[in-house]
Design a protein around this ligand. Structure first.
Ligand code: 5GP
Ligand code: ZN
Length: 113
């Protein structure tokens, strides 16, 4: 399978890993949109949020737990941070392996662009 994030999981493509456990990987986004921009991904390939099932949905909760732990470790819990998952091209998804963006270190506006 030609999936960029599966290649990062396999070690075929390097990444700055900031979080790892049995199920997940967290690494710095190569094109950061905030002073801190980390992507949290499941180690199994799931293309989009549309592909989540009752069997895989617990991984999404784990993504959030990992993100809030890293956010707290980095001192962003109080000031806040943004967690985003884009689903499909219309929402800006460009890598088709689900990922939770954790953006922090600046002010975020709403609605997003
Ligand atoms: P999406 O647009 O799918 O929601 O987010 C994909 C993210 O992956 C983008 O923010 C993009 O900068 C990041 N990205 C794309 N290629 C690479 C890569 O090779 N390494 C890392 N660390 N991030 C990547
Ligand atoms: Zn993948």
């Amino acid at each position: 399978m030609d999936c960029l994030f599966c290649k990062i999981i396999n070690g075929d493509i390097p990444a700055e890993i900031v979080y790892q456990d049995d199920d997940l990987l967290g690494f710095k986004d190569v094109n950061p949109q905030a002073p801190t921009h980390i992507l949290f991904i499941p180690k199994i390939h799931i293309a989009t949020v549309n592909d989540l099932t009752a069997e895989t949905i617990a991984l999404v909760g784990k993504l959030y737990l990992a993100a809030k732990e890293v956010a707290a470790d980095k001192g962003f819990a109080e000031q806040g941070y943004r967690l985003v998952m884009n689903c499909n091209e219309g929402a800006g998804q460009t890598v088709f392996h689900i990922h939770l963006h954790m953006l922090a270190g600046r002010t975020f506006h709403w609605p997003p662009g």
